[in-house]
Design a protein around this ligand. Structure first.
Ligand SMILES: [Zn+2]
Length: 319
């Protein structure tokens, strides 16, 4: 068989598979949205909070291979309630044991593996506190008892609300590609300044004043001076990743903590600030320090942003 023939055959064989994978994810998004909206209609908890909780749990789960539509996982002892040793899932029995589980699909069974039951149970738990933004925050705090978790969920909800969808797949390179810049993989390198820390990011060298852009959808979580980082901005994205931009020359006017950003939004410009009291600049060549951190629901750690930067840069060049 000729190479061309093999190529042609592989096209026929693999093309339908690819299309169906795409269709599958489109359907999944549609089905998820339908379930969020349905649950909103029953409980008055806005869909974007439910979607944000679901997304947060997906972000923090070890196994992502689950085929379930809803990723929220409620611990069994919480679901069935204290003392419900026989795991009785009858929806009228569960309240006796103070079980979290509710019947969302009308079969009178509170099934901890059923997507509708899970989402309704979570919405019902929140609804008991109230339906305002403040009530929802309190309910989330009671459930997760972790500041960063509550803040991240509230931020994801803010992004979903603003764009009115959960389908937010765009990304961007932090420096406009028509400018001169250079970077290489230096994550994990030892560094002279600042004690025995490793270098938690990639340095992108560019001139003073070159625009710096948000790379993902997210919310500004931090803005301000730090001795090492100079003028910095931190953005939490919808995947629970924290994007850290340091040594900025200045900020884009009007950018503040709590702002929703999308990929490509200018947030500041390249500088050489840091390594001294506020305003100190020029102790090193101007560059953007770009760091990425991941939260797993318990702790947060730095990971190498270099492969992401390469991917975003390639995509920007192909646009
Ligand atoms: Zn750096």
């Amino acid at each position: 068989m000729s190479i061309r023939m093999i190529f042609f055959l592989s096209l026929i064989l693999f093309l339908p598979l690819q299309i169906s994978a795409e269709e599958k994810s489109e359907n999944e998004t549609k089905n998820k949205m339908a379930l969020y909206k349905k649950t909103e209609a029953i409980t008055q908890i806005p869909w974007y909070y439910l979607a944000a909780i679901d997304q947060y749990e997906r972000n923090t789960q070890k196994e992502t291979a689950s085929s379930d539509l809803i990723s929220i996982t409620i611990p069994e002892d919480v679901w069935y309630g204290m003392g419900n040793v026989g795991k009785n899932s009858n929806a009228s029995i569960l309240p006796i044991f103070n079980g979290f589980g509710q019947d969302g699909n009308g079969d009178n069974i509170a099934d901890p593996t059923n997507d509708e039951d899970i989402l309704y149970s979570m919405a019902h738990w929140i609804e008991k506190v109230g339906t305002s933004r403040h009530d929802i925050k309190i309910a989330l705090w009671r459930y997760y008892q972790r500041e960063l978790t509550v803040q991240t969920i509230m931020n994801i909800a803010k992004v979903y609300k603003k764009f009115n969808t959960i389908e937010l797949t765009k990304s961007d390179f932090p420096i406009p590609i028509q400018y001169n810049y250079s970077y290489r993989n230096t994550w994990g390198d030892a560094r002279g300044f600042g004690g025995r820390r490793i270098h938690e990011g990639t340095d992108i060298f560019a001139n003073y004043g070159v625009p710096v852009k948000a790379t993902t959808y997210g919310v500004v979580e931090l803005k301000g001076w730090n001795r090492y980082g100079g003028w910095r901005i931190g953005i939490r994205d919808i995947y629970g990743r924290y994007h850290y931009f340091a040594h900025l020359n200045g900020y884009k006017d009007g950018i503040n903590v709590g702002n929703v950003v999308e990929p490509g939004d200018v947030i500041g410009s390249v500088g050489a600030t840091g390594y001294g009291p506020p305003g100190t600049s020029g102790k090193f060549p101007p560059h953007l320090h770009y760091g990425m951190y991941k939260d797993n629901g318990y702790s947060e750690w730095s990971f190498d942003p270099y492969p992401y930067l390469r991917k975003w840069e390639r995509a920007a060049r192909n646009r």
